[in-house]
Ligand binder design. Sequence first.
Ligand code: ATP
Length: 511
Amino acid sequence: MNSEEKFKNIISHCKEYGFIFPSSEIYDGLAAVYDYGQNGVELKNNLRTYWWKSMVQFHQNIVGIDASIFMQPRVWKASGHVDGFNDPMIDNKDSKKRYRADVLIEEFIEKINSKIDKEVEKARSRFGEKFDFQTFVNTNEKTLGYKREIARIEEILKNSLEKSDFSSLKNLIDELGIVCPISGSKNWTEVRQYNLMYSTQMSATDGETELYLRPETAQGIFVNFLNVQKTGRMKIPFGIAQTGKAFRNEIVARQFIMRMKEFEQMEMQFFVKPGTELQWYEYWKKLRLKWHLSIGTNSNNLKYHDHLKLAHYANAAVDIEYNFPFGFKEVEGIHSRTDFDLSRHQEFSGKKIQYFDNETNSNYTPYVIETSIGLDRLFLMQLCENLVDEQLENGETRTVFKVNPILAPYKIAILPLVKKDGLPEFAEKIYNELKFDYNCFYEEKDTIGKRYRRQDAIGTPFCITIDYDSLKDNTVTLRNRDTMVQDRINVNEINKFLFEEINWKKLLIKL
Ligand code: ATP
């Protein structure tokens, strides 16, 4: 299966098994807007819970808030979003499709990178055990040529973005011969800027005010800096975390839930003493990668990508990228935002936003390290990483969602073998006991084989089957999703078993 087919499979699996539906589908949907279904919402909640626990519960010096989506519009003037939250866009005149100019160029660079990978693979099989990766990439002429070309393109891209020089971006697209993936033509318009914020009206007695739907959750944290610091008696360094919806008028909304107009962010702003920010930046950069590894993501599928163009307020920025079927793409950003946001809010609000340092007896504006992750992209990552088709010994295939058990929508499925002779009653008793601690699935219909397959497809790590022996000796069959091994277990042991297999500590301890 090629990667395009794999991605199509994931999308249809999401629909078929109640993970994700197109929004307002009976009215033919709404582009780039999606709804989470009965299984999707559970997985999404679990991902959010793990993030919250690892950030807030797990750090003495991090607290959470839940700020509103609407904010006083001057917030967005101060943050720079009104004047500067733009994307450089380019249209293909033949397909009438619009693209982000910088993304087209980055995708071109990715293609050169895969040529390097191919050379490496060819050499690896040619040299066998003698193959040394570093020596090869540093001496092979072809590979070095590719690397020089990437460096040259990145340099032009970085300069053009920094200077907002759109004609140079356009020249680069022309020079590289980049074609539209739909029409295959090079018939491009000029590059133009588009603001990404949605606006709406709020009525008041003195007229209407134009409001924006927040394009990021971060500003809700900055404007509450003093409230939290003072009421929580927080000492620097400390962090404020929040999760919530953000809205962006993404013109080029593609790749399913990867780029949506309404999505959810999980952000943490960590306030530090000026001069220590790069040390904290390194700390968060490492910890966030570890977090992704802790849920079982293969390290080969994750990489850092340093920002070519630093935002005007940042002095360091890196993305954590995941190897989606359509290539390595950003899932999370870690940014050193200096004192830009707090200083701007001080300037625009006229309120003093500073921290009094008891040790040095002085006031200063804290610097900020931000970790910002898209919950929807994290969700998609789980499917790309863990949805597998397995060939069974009897020639059949089964689709298994091998998501980490603690993140799975249901932890256990309780299945009476037949719908009679007291088996359902016995099973329901187990369900009613386990439901206090775990999200359990109960099902009586269909053959046991079919029921197991359905649980595999939604990622339920364990199934228990109640049969006639259960009534005699109080035991049930416990089936493991990944190994398909079936064991007999006493009903009184199930809770203990689940507690050992499924608890947050198993993940948190890895951080
Ligand atoms: P991109 O370059 O892909 O547009 P970004 O750099 O604009 O992303 P940030 O502003 O750093 O993204 O937002 C933080 C995180 O929010 C991203 O890492 C991503 O996971 C998520 N995110 C941003 N835009 C979207 C979107 N339109 N749909 C889904 N998730 C998004």
